[in-house]
Design a binder for this molecule. Structure first.
Ligand code: HEM
Length: 390
């Protein structure tokens, strides 16, 4: 599936799950009997979660500035009545005087809160947590069925340098921070449901405050790790014809023989690009959450999708709704990454003989290297040969 379509599908699903704007429209209502005010039919339609055109209320806000021009009798509040003012508050049009000014202070009521809360406490925990359990079970089954992938004919006993210290530093910065962010993120999302019953509210409160601190601060290490590994490895991750061969042979996991590969095979390139693209996206939505209301990005993103795909995503979002979308998107992307990274951790540790050394001490067995990255070994040996002869 191409990336744009995939992105649109994810966005559509997200929007469908908690976007009240996609509800069914309510039938036209005759309000002459109430003089234009709300009728019982309006209230019933809202209770049925139908989409009610609220303009008869949102645009009926009185006229406080131009009271003198109003020919109807004025009330105690001049050109606007108390109902007008409450409607102003409901539709974020009231002139609110607060001590602190900020991008969200004028919004006293917004509609996205409850659907967001329900999505976060319900499907997000169920499907996200379910996906994590499913991948752990799947990897365990794979381990028992396929077994550890061994070096055919055993190790050579001599080694070759696979990753320089700076590459390993970049990898472990990225990996260590990712694991810390994953654990503290899960505590933040699921702690109320699963940890309060076990730890009690006081201990959980301390843990949640600590988790939040770690999550907010370790995020910078993750972003640095992402930039370092991107710069160091991008040149080795440009797709080429060999990758297609590798994929067609199932990467050597299924069947016999090892397909040829340079420094990174197609499977690793997929991991690399997944980490970079999703890592960038999770960082952006994370920054938007870290600096509330300062980096709204969903109305623009939705507008962009609407213009290229003809979709109908809402583009007028209250500041709080922007944050709710950022929060949901952040969690979805993080879960996709966690699931994929579990598979990566498996293959880089217990799943394959000799793989961990590459990131452990940087030296891999020559036979392992020949079997998994034959063309890379040839390149390294050719360079060494040149150096040796000059
Ligand atoms: C925490 C446990 C982890 C272990 C044991 C581990 C292990 C490894 C190993 C052994 C390699 C080198 C493979 C080779 O020689 O070709 C590697 C590469 C890599 N790792 Fe990890 N890793 C871990 C976590 C992570 C995390 C959390 C990320 C990203 C968020 C990550 C991203 C990468 C990338 C992008 C590469 C290069 C592409 C690839 O080999 O797939 N790793 N890892």
């Amino acid at each position: 599936m191409n990336l744009k379509v995939f992105g649109a599908v994810i966005l559509t699903l997200t929007a469908l799950m908690f976007n009240p704007a996609l509800a069914q429209e309510a039938p036209e209502v005759d309000r002459t009997a109430t003089g234009g005010a709300q009728t019982l039919e309006d209230i019933m339609a809202r209770q049925k979660q139908l989409e009610v055109d609220e303009s008869f209320r949102s645009e009926n806000l009185g006229n406080p500035e131009n009271a003198a021009a109003i020919d109807e009798p004025l009330g105690t509040l001049g050109g606007s009545s108390q109902s007008d003012q409450w409607r102003g508050i409901r539709y974020n049009e009231a002139d609110i005087q607060t001590v602190t000014r900020g991008p969200a202070v004028d919004v006293l009521i917004q509609d996205g809160g409850m659907p967001w809360y329900k999505l976060r406490e319900g499907p997000m925990i169920t499907y996200g947590g379910g996906a994590l359990i499913a991948i752990i079970v799947l990897l365990a089954v794979f381990y028992f069925v396929r077994g550890k992938i061994m070096i055919d004919g055993g190790p050579a006993g001599t080694t070759i340098e696979r990753f320089k210290p700076v590459e390993r530093f970049g990898h472990w910065l990225l990996a260590g921070s990712f694991v810390a962010l994953g654990i503290t993120g899960l505590i933040t999302l699921m702690g109320r449901s699963f940890l309060i019953p076990v730890l009690g509210p006081d201990a959980f409160s301390a843990l949640a405050i600590g988790s939040k601190w770690v999550h907010n601060n370790v995020a910078w290490a993750f972003m640095l790790g992402l930039v370092l590994t991107f710069v160091m490895w991008i040149a080795h991750n440009i797709p080429n014809k060999l990758d297609w061969q590798w994929i067609k042979q199932g990467g050597g996991f299924i069947g016999k023989g090892h397909p040829s590969a340079k420094k990174f095979n197609a499977g690793q390139k997929i991991v690399f690009w997944m980490v970079m693209i999703l890592g960038f996206s999770v960082s952006l939505s994370g920054l938007s959450l870290l600096f509330p209301f300062q980096m709204p990005m969903f109305s623009d993103t939705f507008g962009f999708f609407n213009s290229i795909l003809g979709t109908d995503f809402p583009t007028v979002l209250a500041p709080h709704e922007e944050m709710q979308y950022a929060n949901i998107w952040h969690s979805i992307v993080a879960f996709v990454m966690m699931v994929a990274i579990m598979a990566h951790i498996y293959i880089g540790s217990v799943g394959m003989e000799g793989a961990f050394d590459a990131m452990g001490n940087g030296q891999v067995d020559l036979e392992w290297a020949r079997q998994h990255h034959d063309l890379w070994v040839e390149e390294v040996e050719a360079k060494q040969g040149k150096r040796g002869s000059s």
